[in-house]
Design a protein around this ligand. Structure first.
Ligand code: PEP
Ligand code: MG
Length: 843
């Protein structure tokens, strides 16, 4: 049985539970378990015999270490770090031995009463151990019994393989590594077993000890090196990323990394090169480089005779088309949808006409076809929209396939790959993606391309980690070079040192196991620990995604982006075609609810078949429901198609970009006419997307008339924060966890509650695991997310406690920036990952 340490009250005053301290760092015991005292006199005394522990630059807090190794942190008042020592007089020095009851610190009670957020003074156990008895809710005099501490058990024996990893971070906190961030770091590490240390300014500190970290004297902007040793070392370091700012090595410069299996932390290796890139499909991979190049086939410009060339082109097109159809017949999901789209594309009349025109001018079939596809690619590039630009890869793919067919080469044709290869390519074309053997490819990195390209979609659908837009440097990497592809952070490490390879391999295995168990549990409903059901739907843009959604555990479709169903075409879809597509998706979802959003055209989603007059500011122009009301026949066609879907009632209608009731009522009137036309007994549920600050502010009016509300956080943040959602430099500012956006969401959630209407979140915030606790806390009990995130979101929901989430949300609303909210959210996530461990000392 371990010995215990008795602590005496260091202050006279009223003793309260820590949970009453108005600071989550203490209230949630991140800094350690203990009690708080509301002082009635301005002198802090030693709670036991011991030694003063150095706490750099801290004039408002003192730590005493007892002979038994118990660290007692006493933090006078809340937010007193801001006073920078004003009103405090330290009576002891670091390293000094003190006796229980000895005065340690004098403070000006009146000044603190005026300037500090609270006088409540937490007294917490900042070293391992447990509070087994404590005084609470009573007056105490200096020297009265305060707490009994039981010593910690020894560290568990290490049986697992050791991984050693390290990472440099820049300290982003305004006051450096003071109590609050140090406690947050310690709390974030709680779910992990590894030994974690922080090195800075030539010293090292245990990253589980806020006191030790504070003693480093680290200031805002300083670089610290975090090293972890243990089976979950990588995950432990990753858990700190949301709190600290990772120091990224510049492109192509040497970066130091280390990771070691069964080796001391001092073993270091050098990375030859780190190349940053955009993430197309999340995940980690390690393997040998294989360059996946495709030399352009040379073609003669001049043709023989026009009719001979035209016949050759027709034959080549037919060959490629039947190859695509055969592949589509054998494919599933995203692959099938893509191949079907390519069949449409190859029959495109505009492409045919342009090619004929070339042959009429004496060009060869191959030359004319290439010219025709490239003219369209250039047109897409000029649109200025990434999604459109990325369709260029589909056209380049068809260009190649047809030119190959014209040169007499067989369609398809795959290359033998070594096991676990990381493919490097200028651009990976969709047909190459389809042709590769998933089991042989560990990861993909392309010099060009974008995160919404079909390659990215296919890679994500097959679970292949992928990076895009890495630049042409990757094409100089020799075949066989070992690569570590990190599509969680967005970089490719060339020839990483052996220890890093080993660590990454373990991380890859761990991710795969986690994902497998998430998917296995995904079909079950998700309920928080205190029994609140969180509905998780899918955001869909294709039939293929609908099939994937079910595999991922979606309970319905909260947002069908219908404009995505009809992208690559020059004619608007008619009623029959739309009815067929909606029916197919409804059938695939097997009776689950489907929210069909009317076409959200305009703004960042221009559509070729619906040319719009030039607008100086299209985001604020004719988009969403405004465009639909300006062309009511298109809207009617779409509503009629929705009304044809069986069974009636499975589909609901959702309106994008609503400003106020006038928009809603205008569509409701048209929907009413369509319902009457078909002689239906009831209209489908009609919902409103809350994407403009106006609609959020008027949510209560909208909730009174609409059947449901769905918050589109992508646009809502763009408009609330005045940041163009496609602006590359301003992208970091566009965070929907900004307190301004959260306050709008809170208004909408309250309005839904008041009018008994469901409010869901379908923007990207709904797919953000860190945002989920805050959304739940705001009263959002339904989200619609991208399919791949659904299993993880459901796991997260099961780890939450709605009561705790409410408290978290309340605090989030009071933060001053999105970064501050993310700090809170990261801690909440770290705690949620291991609720049972976190609550052990909860008292
Ligand atoms: C949104 O704006 O959050 C939303 C879901 O709509 P989209 O991203 O399609 O504009
Ligand atoms: Mg939107």
């Amino acid at each position: 049985m371990s010995a215990s340490t008795i602590l005496a009250a260091p202050l006279a005053g009223w003793c309260v539970p820590l949970s009453e301290v108005p600071d989550p760092v203490f209230a949630e015991r991140m800094a350690g378990d203990g009690v708080a005292i509301d002082p009635t006199a301005g002198v802090l005394h030693a709670p036991c015999d011991g030694e003063i522990v150095a706490m750099k630059d801290a004039k408002h807090a003192v730590t005493v270490r007892s002979a038994s190794g118990v660290d007692v942190l006493m933090h006078v008042g809340i937010d007193t770090v801001e006073l920078k020592g004003a009103g405090f007089e330290m009576l002891v020095a670091a390293g000094q031995r003190v006796r229980s009851g000895q005065p340690l610190l004098r403070f000006d009670l009146d000044l603190l009463a005026r300037r500090a957020r609270s006088l409540l003074t937490p007294i917490v156990l900042a070293s391992p151990g447990a509070v087994v008895r404590r005084s609470e809710n009573r007056a105490v005099a200096v020297g009265d019994f305060l707490m009994e501490i039981a010593a910690a058990e020894g560290p568990p024996a290490t049986t697992e393989t050791q991984v050693v990893a390290s990472r440099a971070f820049r300290v982003p906190f305004e006051h450096g590594l003071h109590v609050r961030p140090a406690a947050q770091i310690a709390a974030a590490l709680r779910p992990f077993a590894s030994v974690v240390e922080i090195a800075a300014l030539g010293r090292k500190a245990n990253a589980r000890s806020p006191v030790a970290m504070m003693s480093l004297g680290v200031h805002s902007g300083d670089t610290i090196e975090v090293s972890a040793r243990g089976a979950d070392a990588l995950a432990a370091i990753a858990a700190l990323e949301p709190l600290l700012a990772p120091v990224k090595a510049p492109v192509s410069s040497a970066a130091r990394g280390e990771a070691k299996r069964e080796a001391p932390a001092t073993t270091r290796g050098e990375l030859r090169q780190r190349i940053e890139a955009s993430i197309a499909s999340r995940g980690l991979a390690i393997g040998p480089a294989v360059r996946w190049t495709q030399p352009e086939i040379a073609v003669a410009e001049r043709g023989s005779d026009e009719s001979g060339e035209a016949a050759a082109l027709a034959r080549a097109l037919a060959t490629v088309q039947s190859h695509l159809e055969a592949q589509a017949g054998a494919a599933r999901g995203e692959q099938r949808a893509l191949l079907e789209a390519h069949v449409q594309l190859i029959r495109d009349p505009d492409l045919a006409e342009r090619s004929r025109d070339g042959m009429r001018r004496g060009k060869s079939a191959a030359f004319a076809w290439r010219q025709a596809t490239r003219a369209i690619i250039e047109g897409l590039a000029a649109v200025g929209d990434d999604r459109m630009r990325e369709r260029a890869a589909d056209l380049r793919d068809l260009e190649n396939q047809v030119v190959r067919a014209l040169s007499g080469e067989p369609p398809g044709g795959t290359r033998e790959l070594p096991e676990g290869a990381i493919l490097l390519a200028d651009e990976v074309l969709p047909s190459q993606m389809i042709a590769i053997e998933r089991s042989r490819v560990a990861g993909i990195c392309s010099a060009r391309g974008g995160p919404t390209s079909h390659m990215a979609i296919l890679a994500a659908a097959s679970g292949i980690p992928a990076l895009v837009a890495a630049g042409s440097a990757i094409l100089a990497i020799a075949d066989g070079t070992m690569l570590a592809l990190d599509a969680e952070h967005g970089w490719l490490d060339v020839d990483p040192p052996a220890p890093q390879r080993a660590a990454l391999q373990r991380a890859v295995a761990q991710r795969a196991a986690e994902r497998a168990s998430d998917i296995e549990a995904a079909r079950r409903p998700s309920r928080t620990r205190d029994g609140v059901t969180i509905g998780v739907n899918a955001n869909l843009g294709s039939l293929a995604e609908a099939r994937t959604a079910l595999e991922c555990g979606a309970e319905g479709c909260g947002l069908l982006r219908t404009e995505f169903l009809f992208l690559d075409r020059s004619e608007p879809p008619d009623e029959d075609e739309q009815a067929r597509d909606y029916q197919a998706i409804a059938t695939a979802l097997d009776g689950r609810p489907v929210s069909i959003r009317t076409m959200d055209i305009g703004g960042d989603k221009p559509i070729a078949y619906l040319p719009m007059p030039h607008e100086d500011n299209p985001a604020l122009g004719m988009r969403g429901v405004r465009a639909s009301l300006a062309q009511p026949e298109l809207l009617r066609t779409q509503l009629r198609a929705v009304l044809r879907v069986e069974p009636a009632g499975q589909c609901r209608v959702l309106l994008p970009m609503v400003t106020d009731l006038a928009d809603f009522r205008a569509v409701r009137a048209i929907l009413g006419e369509c319902v009457a036309e078909r002689g239906l007994a009831a209209a489908p549920a009609l919902g409103v997307m809350i994407e403009t600050p106006a609609s959020a502010l008027l949510a209560e009016q909208l909730a009174a008339e609409a059947d449901f509300l769905s918050i589109g956080t992508n646009d809502l943040s763009q408009y609330a924060l005045a940041v163009d959602r496609g602006h590359p430099q301003l992208a970091p500012r566009l965070d929907a966890l900004h307190p301004a956006v959260l306050r709008l969401i809170a208004l909408v959630a309250d309005a839904g509650r008041a009018k008994h209407k469901t409010v869901s979140v379908c923007g990207a915030l709904g797919s953000d695991v860190d945002a989920l606790p805050i959304l739940v806390g705001l009263g959002i009990h339904e989200i619609s997310a991208t399919c791949a995130m659904i299993p993880r979101l459901k796991r997260m929901a099961r780890l939450l406690d709605a009561g705790e989430c409410r408290e978290l949300a309340r605090r989030a609303l009071d933060q001053a920036s999105a970064a501050a909210v993310r700090e809170l959210a990261a801690v909440a996530r770290a705690r949620a990952r291991a609720p049972s461990t976190d609550s052990v000392s909860g008292g």
